[in-house]
Design a protein around this ligand. Structure first.
Ligand code: AL2
Ligand code: ZN
Length: 260
């Protein structure tokens, strides 16, 4: 029984065989069409207050590059926007393509970005992360689109500088004194809708907060991300690229916008 992944034999079209939620009614990602979006003037602004000291390490798990944070207390939290209460930052990771013209999971008016960064938070009112997974308001993910451009955002450098230390699956390196809010674009405008993890087990416990303004990265920075490998050390090289799930059926869900 092959573990899930993004290849033809274990990719998104087959996840439902072991993870039935993958065929659920509220799956992510989705395609967002501005014409179907509803502006909601009651949507509050969102606020992140992150403690740089909460950053712990960066790792390659063979499916993405992930930075993990100490979430044992309300140390780095996200509040406001569509959320009630403070959600604890647990980890951030990325999805990217094999070339600059695709790689994001959510697609905006037909536009696929080169990559999509996810900041994963969970609601401590449900006791622990495992408990939060079972609740519709258990998890909140902030999604930031990465666009290839001429004036790359210097703040991405810190993550990309670590890539050389986590080239292969299972590699982990210390990653401290890092405040991920430096990655946010200028605008706080966002779309929000209710969905799921974009990977197995695909639980439908996520309030998605997708930032409208992409951040810029250089083509070289994207190449750096693509230099990661799915394979472990001393195994045949298998480039870690195209670790994105395609858009799923919207099934009548409403996507709200904080902006007109
Ligand atoms: C047992 O259930 C679990 C549920 C989730 C997880 N995680 C790993 C997942 O790959 C995953 C995918 C996320 S995404 N692309 O933002 O929708 S967030 C996230 S996770 O770090 O929470 C672990 C166990
Ligand atoms: Zn993700």
């Amino acid at each position: 029984q092959s573990v899930w992944g993004y290849d033809s034999d274990n990719g998104p079209e087959r996840w439902h065989e072991n993870y039935p939620m993958a065929k659920g009614e509220k799956q992510s990602p989705i395609e967002i069409n501005s014409k179907d979006v509803q502006h909601d003037s009651s949507l509050a602004p969102w606020h992140a207050s992150y403690d740089p000291g909460a950053a712990k390490s960066i790792l390659n798990n063979g499916r993405t590059c992930r930075v993990v944070f100490d979430d044992t207390f309300d140390r780095s939290v996200l509040r406001g926007g569509p959320l009630t209460g403070a959600y604890r930052l647990r980890q951030l990771h990325l999805h990217w393509g094999s070339s600059d013209d695709h790689g994001s999971e959510h697609v905006i008016d037909g536009v696929k970005y080169a990559a999509e960064l996810h900041m994963v938070h969970w609601n401590p009112k449900h006791g622990n992360f495992a408990g939060a997974l079972k609740q519709p308001d258990g998890v909140a993910v902030v999604g930031i689109f990465l666009k290839v451009g001429k004036t790359p955002k210097p703040e991405m450098k810190r993550i990309l500088e670590e890539i050389d230390n986590i080239k292969t699956k299972g590699k982990e390196a210390p990653f401290q004194h890092f405040d991920p809010s430096i990655l946010f674009p200028k605008s706080r405008d966002y779309w929000t809708y209710h969905g799921s993890f974009t990977t197995p087990p695909c639980e439908e416990c996520i309030t998605w907060i997708l930032l409208r303004e992409p951040i810029e990265v250089s083509s070289d920075q994207m190449a750096k991300l693509r230099s990661l490998s799915k394979n472990g050390e001393n195994e045949p090289v298998n480039p870690l690229v195209d670790n994105w799930r395609p858009p799923q059926p919207v099934k009548g869900r409403i996507v709200r916008a904080s902006f007109k």
